[in-house]
Design a protein around this ligand. Sequence first.
Ligand SMILES: [Zn+2]
Length: 215
Amino acid sequence: MTGGETGIIYGSPVHRSRGFQGHRSVSKHDGSTKDGWYSYICGHCNTKVSGAVVCGYYESEEPPIKWLLCPNCGNGSVLAKDGNVYPGVPFGPNIEGLPEDVLEAYKEARNCMTVNAFTSCELICRKILMHVAVEKGAKEGDSFANYLSYLEEQGFVTPPMKGWVDLIRRHGNKATHSLESPDKKRAESTLMFTAELLRLIYEMEHISKQYTEET
Ligand SMILES: [Zn+2]
């Protein structure tokens, strides 16, 4: 790509006007000045930290790029020209007590949101309905509508939950069958409904066991 063009990375416009201008633009920091520290939420350990700026790339008329080290977990991140820190923070809450394959799928859905992969997020959320139903005894290879009915019959989805749990399925269907991409807000809501479902089915029982097993 030549000077002055605009590329698209993760859905954000990135101005690539000059490219690499040589090591003279790279500065190392020793922590003795304000430039040596940068406040961000670490995407590895999900903690707000004052991170060490290991080095920065500073070009006039360009946003700086900073290589960051987290003092909490010791892992590295990059503040990119678009002002975002990569890896980003997974969207949505941590949910405890999930079976392994449900946990993997839920993590993947959360990670999709960090790279604006909204369609993928909704597809995985719908797939989580299958994981949950099968884990609770439904047979594999059924339709998503039947999985939902199964969860209702077994009492995991109660009448007041049915409307929003069905939205997970319907948004997943739209993401599959329609060319129009879901917007961020819809994908966020799909993921939050999924989180709430997992919380009610798995996390509440998991937390309550800590108390009921004691008595
Ligand atoms: Zn960290």
